[in-house]
Design a protein around this ligand. Sequence first.
Ligand code: SF4
Ligand code: SF4
Length: 228
Amino acid sequence: MEKPRDHCIRCGECCLRSSPSLQASDISRVIEGAIQRSDLYTLRSGELVRDNIRGGLKRTEREIIKVREKKKTGACIFYDGPAKQCTIYEHRPIQCAAMTCWDDTEFMRVYGEPKAERRDLIQDKNLLRLMEAHEEKCGYPRLDCYAREIEKSGERAVENILGILRFDHDIRLLTSEKLDVNSSELDLIYGRPLAETIVMFGLKVVREPDGSFFLTLTTPSSQPFSDA
Ligand code: SF4
Ligand code: SF4
């Protein structure tokens, strides 16, 4: 009979499966530059995510800062597959340091500690004001509400959603052009673009040649759901 695992064999499976989210104790890793802001994105409060503890989908009760995943495979961006190693091993997030796949006690203890938030990583007052305005206008609970209303109120709900999508698009443009913020940091500041994540609600955005948005129905995709 095979002996149960009791040590890490560096198979990389945990890094290939997903990426960690940041706890408050990881903030210094970002401030000191071991992890860049462009390596991160935000799962905003109310966003639909895969519950990697209990399984299934859930709405996040608070925002979560995640390390980006590789687009094609979903593996952590810091995992070097051919070398089978973490490229930031000395500075890896605390969730990774606590990961022992044969015993989740330490991981669960760390997971229950305070989480990092955008406000811990973004100090610029103008950016914080824009972030607040974006959250107020483009919050997921609001979007969810309008998406549910489509069947009942039709065109009015669609117009409301299109207004949110336009705002989300324009504020990103304004932030990178006027505040000179690198566009690779926008997914941390505002979460992923709504034009991408809206497929969670069974809706799809089409851009018209004149730049305007058009909304159609689609099959809800599992693609935008991140592990949290
Ligand atoms: S913790 Fe487990 S899954 Fe992760 S690298 Fe080690 S043996 Fe593999
Ligand atoms: S940060 Fe490093 S240890 Fe953590 S999941 Fe990514 S590659 Fe693995």
